[in-house]
Design a protein around this ligand. Structure first.
Ligand code: BGC
Length: 825
């Protein structure tokens, strides 16, 4: 709170660098005004539309720039979605590393095209909210996510590699421990994997208080401490600040490390063009995260700041006319809608009512009767009723926490539907409550021709508890009694003959089993978290102005148990430092269902359309032959900038004379130049020079990992009645037995062939393209598979290995189970 954003760095005035403003979050500009509330990440993932991913990022970046923000704290790919009830899964793009990686890269490119530094978060293993943070859960330490090396590389790290390759400026390390070292102090993760293997050139910032040690984190590769206070909130006691100065001056932290931190931050600033004063006026944010009033404090967290100045300038950054960001928000929300069920082609609806009925009704002069039920249809007490969207009331537009924003408006489904139906032909009755008076007024159900019933499931960040949900959901059920509401509506609508359309807004998978098979349930729509354009987007799809093309970015199981033991949140600590063992390895979401032959209700990648697509003519053309290992890491003649290694005179670090300190503000200055040599216990092996990873050598890893090995194409034809878009998905199955020959890979002899090594998932997503097809139109869809797409991480080799014997099976289809074409490589 020592600045107007959620994160602020001090300016380096003498050398001309402004302070930086860091602001959440993944779906808009948090705690601001007149800014767009975009659909959440999970909705973006459900679109499977790369262009929209980019456009949403770009609009988000532009809004950040116009609000005076330097660094956006998004996108989010951790959590990845190991646990379907994980509180923050909705901030990311779905439970698959490939989908997350593509969506993150597009988002980053969009954000950074506007000169804003993007932050990929939370690195890494931040899969649940319970015990994510020291002290937040009455335990002095956070939980440890214990992840094997192969699993780390093939699942959790994968999207971070894409982010680095896309040039992301910043990485936020996560709160919890990974393999029992805090992620922000884990040298293997930061120095080793992120900076060496993935070649990350930007800066690592800590999540807010995720830094748990001073010298340790500096040595481990942390570059920026956020928000600056150390072990506790807002006490002004930093683990760095003057302590970092002292540890450099006494030789504990090498000066080169401090220079490296600074270089990474300053270089990112130049890289993004923020030295351009026409685009970045250096005045800082024109809004305050701490008050909605016009007047406020710049250094709101300091009791010494008593001066009231204009802090909120209420600048509208939403764009106008054809440039209005609401257009992108609406497109994403509509394309993110997944049509799960559409019996008897009940959808799309007619604005005049049910088409076949409407004719007869017209003749009789009767109106078609539509009943709308459920609190989730309506406005409730307004979208901003609770801080950080920390309550579930009215229609659900986003989850809660730092990833949420103030809505400039929220078009409710009810408002949009009432406008959409033709009032001359359709009579709409609405009860935007989960307890309509069915008992006392049975006619409100009995008299309907069609019923639309709304339900939702919410979750968020662990610092807020909503309806006894502390971040992570307690189960996968619909919330606030809506299972019961749906059951009642579906059985009694039209006296049992009515048609019921169920609309769900949700943060992730929900169990549909309680009512799925009721005859009256004709259609199910999963609208995810649509943001401000909710109602408009829903109407677009319900009435067929937009043909649904969303696909599930996760699996909908029949119960939580179906996802496996690893999918369960650890709600109670199992040891003083809670341990989450990721023993299921690679087998999360569809990988788990596939491996154990479990029938989901709806599979990953599933979603219906109002038209039908036919697949034909698959071709698989090898471009490069297989080889076990990538070529050696390329040599580079670039070396990092060099600075003087001479430790400065401590007197240069003294508080400048005449300087007015603000209480709690974190300065680097010392009160005394008396520096004592430290006695820091460096960890064993600290002095050992590590050889660079063979998997590294470029941004995102060894550049040859991105060499194309095979090109695949397939024709897709729209053979149905209307135009529409199809998400063509490509899944790869590895050759059954890994062809590791000890003669070629001598180290492998030492390896015990456990399942982690020899087992491959039945299939993995390795490509998707969304194509729009007019009625009758055919398009060729093309994919390129890279070495990385065809390799697995070999723990002994510490490298990506591509099996060379046997063939890969490549399947192209409409979902992870609706395979249409098959090829080999
Ligand atoms: C969250 C981050 C967020 C930060 C700043 C933390 O609690 O985990 O995602 O960026 O706060 O608001």
């Amino acid at each position: 709170m020592m600045g107007l954003s959620v994160g602020n760095t001090g300016p380096a005035i003498n050398v001309g660098f402004p302070g930086l403003a860091l602001q959440d979050g993944p779906l808009g500009i948090r705690s601001s005004d007149h800014a767009t509330a975009f659909p959440a990440g999970i909705t973006v993932g459900a679109t499977w539309n790369k262009e929209l991913m980019y456009q949403r990022g770009k609009a988000h970046g532009l809004e950040a720039r116009l609000k005076g923000v330097n660094v956006l704290l998004g996108p989010c790919v951790g959590p990845l979605g190991r646990m379907p009830a994980g509180g923050r899964n909705w901030e990311g793009f779905g439970a698959d590393p490939y989908l997350q990686g593509v969506a993150a890269a597009e988002t980053i490119k969009g954000i950074q095209s506007e000169g804003i530094m993007a932050t990929i978060k939370h690195y890494i293993g931040n899969e649940q909210e319970h015990y994510r943070q020291a002290h937040e859960w009455a335990l002095p330490n956070a939980l440890s996510s214990n992840i094997g090396d192969r699993t780390l590389h093939e699942l959790y790290l994968w999207p971070f590699a894409d982010a680095v390759r896309a040039g992301v400026a910043s990485v936020m390390c996560s709160y919890q421990m990974t393999n029992n070292s805090y992620s922000c102090g884990n040298s293997k993760l930061l120095n080793g994997i992120l900076k060496d293997e993935l070649g990350f050139q930007g800066f690592v910032q800590s999540d807010w208080l995720a830094q748990r040690s001073g010298v340790g984190t500096a040595l481990a590769g942390l570059d920026m401490s956020m928000p600056g206070d150390g072990l506790f909130w807002q006490d002004g006691q930093s683990l760095w600040g003057p302590e970092l100065t002292r540890s450099v001056l006494n030789g504990t932290v090498p000066l080169s490390r401090l220079n490296d931190m600074v270089t990474r931050i300053v270089a990112a600033w130049y890289q993004l063009g923020q030295d351009n004063e026409t685009l970045f006026d250096r005045k800082g944010p024109n809004f305050s995260s701490w008050t909605n009033d016009e007047m406020g404090h710049i250094y709101n967290g300091s009791p010494d700041d008593t001066e009231l100045v204009v802090v909120n300038h209420y600048i509208d950054v939403q764009g106008t006319g054809e440039e209005a960001h609401s257009i992108i928000a609406r497109k994403v929300a509509a394309e993110g809608i997944i049509l799960l069920k559409n019996e008897d082609n009940i959808l799309p609806l007619s604005r005049d009512g049910w088409p076949s009925f409407a004719k007869a009704a017209d003749q009789l002069g009767m109106k078609y009767r539509v009943g709308i039920f459920g609190e989730d249809a309506g406005e409730g007490k307004g979208p901003n009723f609770c801080v950080d969207r920390g309550c579930n009331q009215g229609t659900l537009g986003s989850g809660w926490g730092s990833g949420a924003v103030e809505f400039p408006y929220l078009i409710s489904p009810l408002a949009a539907l009432k406008k959409a139906f033709n009032p001359d032909k359709v009579y709409v009755t609405d009860f935007p409550t989960n307890a309509p008076p069915f008992g006392t007024e049975p006619a409100i159900l009995k008299d309907q021709d069609m019923c639309l019933v709304f339900a939702n499931a919410d979750s968020g960040e662990g610092f807020l508890t909503v309806n006894s949900i502390r971040g992570d959901r307690n189960d996968l059920n619909l919330q606030k009694g809506t299972d019961q509401l749906i059951t009642e509506v579906a059985t009694r609508c039209g006296d049992g003959n009515g048609k019921t359309v169920v609309v769900i807004h949700s943060v992730g998978p929900v169990i549909l089993e309680n009512w799925f098979n009721i005859t009256g349930v004709k259609a199910i729509i999963l609208a995810n978290l649509p943001g401000q354009e909710s109602g408009n987007a829903l109407v677009d799809v319900l009435f067929g102005d937009v043909n649904p093309s969303g696909k599930l970015p996760y699996t909908i199981g029949k119960s939580l148990d179906d996802y496996g033991e690893g999918a369960k949140i650890l709600y109670y600590p199992n040891t003083p430092i809670p341990q989450q063992n990721f023993s299921e390895g690679l087998y999360i979401d569809y990988r788990f269902f596939d491996k154990y032959g479990i029938e989901p209700r709806y599979e990953f990648g599933y979603g219906l359309s109002y038209t039908t697509f036919e697949y034909s003519l698959m071709s698989t053309i090898p471009v490069k032959s297989k080889s076990l290992l990538p070529p050696a890491r390329p040599e580079t003649d670039l070396s990092p900038p060099k600075y003087s290694e001479e430790i400065p005179n401590p007197s240069t670090a003294l508080l400048p004379s005449g300087f007015r300190k603000l209480k709690k503000f974190i300065y680097p200055y010392l009160d005394s130049s008396d520096i004592k040599k430290g006695n820091f216990q460096y960890p064993d092996g600290y002095g050992t020079v590590q050889s660079p990873s063979q998997a590294g050598g470029g941004e995102g890893g060894n550049p040859s990992l991105y060499d194309i090995h095979v090109n695949v194409s397939a024709d897709v034809t729209n053979i149905g009645p209307v135009a529409g878009a199809e998400v063509v998905q490509l899944y790869v199955s590895y050759p059954r037995s890994p062809p590791i020959q000890p003669a070629i890979l001598p180290q492998v002899e030492a390896w015990k062939f456990d399942t982690d090594m020899t087992d491959f998932p039945v299939q993995v997503l390795r490509g998707f393209e969304k194509v729009f097809l007019e009625k009758g139109e055919t398009k060729k869809v093309k994919f390129s598979l890279t070495r990385r797409d065809l390799s697995y991480w070999d723990v002994m080799q510490q490298n990506w290995v591509m099996p060379t014997s046997g063939s890969y099976t490549i399947r192209v289809g409409s979902s992870s189970r609706d395979w249409r074409l098959k090829g080999e490589y």
